[in-house]
Design a protein around this ligand. Structure first.
Ligand code: C5P
Length: 220
């Protein structure tokens, strides 16, 4: 079987950064499952599909052309139907729609096969909310990354500033807490660690220390 490392946890815990770094070190494939929900969000917003039009949403789920290049000039970018949408899928409207779509069981089911298709030799690092619980329950290594809400908001703030986007830290913290509540309390796939996941609290760890901790688990 193709080996898998899953990295789950709440928004802003650094899953993306860590999962990408681990994938690069191992030279494995990388799946950003949150981006898949965001891609369907962007696609359905652009196509003017209502959030309750299930047949249309499911048809779009199956038709989306998704690429996460890890090498070459587009490494690190997200492509939808051949177009770079890396920044577009990060905006608030897309995030809000993604969160709504993620609460619809039929949408989650339709995206399941799309996510599992990323399992390819020599291995996969998958980041999200339910990678270790639902999508890849047989993963060899399951990590649950957490950090305090304040620290996650601070990191998000720094990231936005670096992108030249102005943001208010208090607003970010409030949004993040609202999303935590939605993710943990929703009826479908609520955010929770897999029974066999290793929890890593990154509140006072730097990126290198987290990478080292995860790599120790992979190599164990
Ligand atoms: O992680 P990110 O913010 O990009 O995720 C976008 C949305 O998709 C969030 O609302 C999150 O709850 C949802 N999601 C999910 N399952 C995943 C990944 C993301 O429900 N595996």
């Amino acid at each position: 079987d193709v080996p898998i490392v899953t990295i789950d946890g709440p928004g802003g815990a650094g899953k993306g950064t860590i999962a990408q770094a681990i994938a690069a070190r191992l030279d494995w494939h990388f799946l950003d499952s949150g981006a898949i929900y965001r891609l369907l969000a962007l696609d359905s917003l652009e196509a003017g599909i209502a959030v309750d039009d299930l047949p249309a949403l499911i048809a779009r789920s199956q038709a989306l052309q998704i690429e996460f290049p890890t090498v070459g000039p587009q490494a690190g970018e997200v492509l939808l139907n051949g177009v770079v949408v890396t920044t577009a899928i990060r905006d608030e409207a897309c995030g809000a729609r993604a969160s709504e779509l993620a609460a619809i069981p039929a949408v989650r089911d339709a995206l399941l096969a799309r996510q599992r298709a990323f399992r390819q030799w020599p291995g996969l690092v998958a980041d999200g909310r339910d990678m270790g619980t639902v999508v890849f329950p047989d993963a060899a290594v399951k990590i649950f990354l957490t950090a305090s809400a304040e620290e996650r908001a601070r990191r998000r703030h720094k990231q936005l500033m670096e992108q030249g986007v102005s943001a208010n830290l208090a607003d970010l913290l409030q949004e993040l807490r609202a999303r935590d509540q939605r993710d943990m309390n929703r009826a479908v796939a609520p955010l929770a660690p897999a029974e066999d996941a290793i929890s890593v609290d990154t509140t006072s760890m730097d990126v290198e220390a987290v990478i080292r901790t995860v790599m120790e688990q992979v190599e164990a």
